[in-house]
Design a protein around this ligand. Structure first.
Ligand SMILES: [Mn+2]
Length: 432
C-alpha cells in the first residue's frame, strides 16, 4: 500500500519524465479563491488548478509547486496561515514552506529557463514557448489515473449512484418538479460522501430533455414523459459524470424505440473502450449505430455510414461521444498536439482527439434529441431534405431526448464500467 507521500513522489517522477527537463525551472500555481462581487466577504467555492492538486496532493489555495530539473528537487511553497485564517476559518497550516521563500529560491536560479503552468503567478514571468511545450506533456502525464485517483473516482461514482436512486424515488411522487428531483439527488449524493456536485446538474423533463445543458426549473414532470438527468458529485475534486433517462408513467412505443437505439449504441461504445482505440473513430462508429436506428424509425433515409459522412445524424446527436473524467468533469481531455478540431458539424464538438490508454477514465454518452431550434432551422431543413423525413421529425419533437452515460476505466483487459451499478435497462427506467 502506497502512502500519500509515495503517491505524490510517483506522480512527480512521472511528470518529470514526461516533460524530459534538463536544467529548467517549473512552477505550478494553485490559484486563489474568486471573491463574490459586491464586498460581501464571500468567495466562490475554490478548486485548485488540477495540475497543482495532482502534484501537491492537496486542495489548499495559493500554493506553488516548484521543480528544479538540474538538481531534481521538488519544493512546496504555501501561503502562511494568518491569524484571521485561524480565527475565522479555523485553518491549519498547509503542508509546505512559506510562500515568501519562493522569491529567494527563484533569485538563486536567475537566468534559468522558467515555465509557469497551472494558474499564472504574480511577478513571476514565464517562458511562453517553454510553457506551451510542457503543458501538453504534463496533461498527458495526468491522463492515466493512479490507484489513489481510481479509488476516489469510484467513491464519487458510488455516491452518485445513491443520488440517482433518490431521483428515482422522488420521481414516483405526483406532480414532482425538476427542481425537487435535483434537490433530492444532490442531498443523497452528499449523504453518501460526495463533497459537492462536480458540475451543474441537468434535470430536463419532456421537451426540456432536448436542452443539452438544461437547468432544472419549476416544471412538473408530466405523465408519459422522459426525464433526462445528467449529474455527478465529486470527492476531493474527482468527479463522476452520469446520465440516465427515466420515463414517468406509462411509456409509449416512441419512448421504447428511441431508448433502445441509444442504449444499444452506448453498450457498443462501452465495449470498445480499449487501449489504442482512437476516440474520434469510436465516435464515428457509434454515430453510424445511431444513424441506423434513425433510419429504422423512418426519420433518416439512406445508408447509415453515408449519412454520418454528411453529418445528417448530427442533427439528432449534436455532441461528442464523451470526454475524460477525473480531476474535474473534462479532465485532461484534449486534442493531441498536431490534431486540429474539425469544422465538420458532426465532429466539431468532439472534446478530445486521442487514442485511449490503460488507466484513462472516460465518459461514454451517446444521445438522440429532438431540438427545436436546430431542427426548425430553414437552411438545415433544406440541406438535409433528401435524407430526412421532416414530417416524421415533427411527430417526435414533444419527446425531448435520451442520453445514457457511464464512466469507463480503460484497462489492459476488458473495459471496466465504474457506474455499472446505476440501472439503465429500459424497464428499470420506468417510474410509476
Ligand atoms: Mn454528463
Amino acid at each position: 500500500m502506497m502512502t500519500p507521500d509515495d503517491v505524490i513522489a510517483a506522480r512527480r517522477t512521472r511528470a518529470a519524465q514526461a516533460m524530459s527537463l534538463t536544467d529548467e525551472i517549473l512552477l505550478v500555481g494553485a490559484g486563489s479563491p474568486v471573491p463574490v462581487p459586491g464586498g460581501m466577504d464571500q468567495v466562490h467555492a475554490f478548486a485548485p488548478h488540477p495540475h497543482y492538486q495532482w502534484l501537491a496532493g492537496h486542495r489548499e489555495p495559493g500554493g506553488v509547486v516548484a521543480f528544479d530539473a538540474a538538481s531534481n528537487e521538488w519544493r512546496d511553497f504555501v501561503p502562511a496561515t494568518t491569524e484571521d485564517d485561524r480565527v475565522w476559518q479555523g485553518r491549519a497550516d498547509a503542508p509546505g514552506e512559506p510562500l515568501a521563500t519562493l522569491e529567494p529560491w527563484l533569485r538563486a536560479r536567475t537566468g534559468r529557463p522558467t515555465a509557469v503552468l497551472g494558474v499564472p503567478l504574480d511577478r513571476v514571468p514565464s517562458d511562453v514557448t517553454l510553457a506551451e511545450s510542457l503543458e501538453p506533456r504534463l496533461l498527458a502525464a495526468r491522463r492515466a489515473k493512479d490507484e489513489h485517483e481510481l479509488g476516489t473516482i469510484q467513491r464519487a461514482c458510488d455516491a452518485t449512484r445513491a443520488g440517482f436512486e433518490a431521483a428515482r424515488r422522488v420521481l414516483a411522487r405526483a406532480s414532482v418538479t425538476e427542481r425537487a428531483i435535483e434537490i433530492e439527488l444532490t442531498a443523497a449524493c452528499m449523504r453518501a460522501g460526495g463533497h459537492a456536485m462536480g458540475y451543474h446538474t441537468i434535470v430536463g423533463s419532456g421537451p426540456n430533455a432536448a436542452v443539452l445543458h438544461f437547468s432544472a426549473g419549476e416544471r412538473a414532470v408530466g405523465e408519459g414523459e422522459f426525464v433526462l438527468i445528467d449529474a455527478g458529485c465529486h470527492i476531493e475534486g474527482y468527479t463522476a459524470d452520469v446520465s440516465r433517462t427515466f420515463v414517468k408513467g406509462t411509456p409509449t412505443q416512441q419512448h421504447r424505440d428511441l431508448y433502445a437505439i441509444v442504449l444499444e449504441a452506448e453498450v457498443f461504445a462501452l465495449g470498445r473502450c480499449r487501449a489504442g482505440q482512437e476516440w474520434r473513430e469510436l465516435h464515428l462508429q457509434t454515430a453510424v449505430k445511431l444513424a441506423e436506428g434513425l433510419v429504422h424509425l423512418g426519420i433518416l433515409r439512406g445508408e447509415p455510414a453515408g449519412l454520418v459522412e454528411r453529418d445528417a445524424h448530427a442533427n439528432f446527436f449534436p455532441h461528442g461521444l464523451g470526454h475524460l473524467v477525473g480531476l474535474g468533469v473534462r479532465d485532461a481531455s484534449a486534442y493531441l498536439p498536431g490534431r486540429e478540431r474539425s469544422d465538420r458539424f458532426g465532429l466539431a464538438f468532439l472534446r478530445m482527439d486521442l487514442p485511449l490508454e490503460t488507466g484513462f477514465v472516460t465518459t461514454v454518452e451517446p444521445g438522440l434529441y429532438f431540438i427545436g431550434p436546430l431542427l426548425h432551422q430553414p437552411d438545415r431543413r433544406e440541406r438535409f431534405a433528401d435524407c430526412t423525413d421532416w414530417d416524421e421529425v415533427e411527430r417526435w419533437l414533444h419527446i425531448g431526448g435520451v442520453r445514457i452515460e457511464d464512466d469507463v476505466l480503460v484497462t489492459d483487459a476488458d473495459p471496466v464500467n465504474l457506474t455499472a451499478d446505476i440501472h439503465k435497462s429500459f424497464e428499470s427506467m420506468i417510474v410509476s
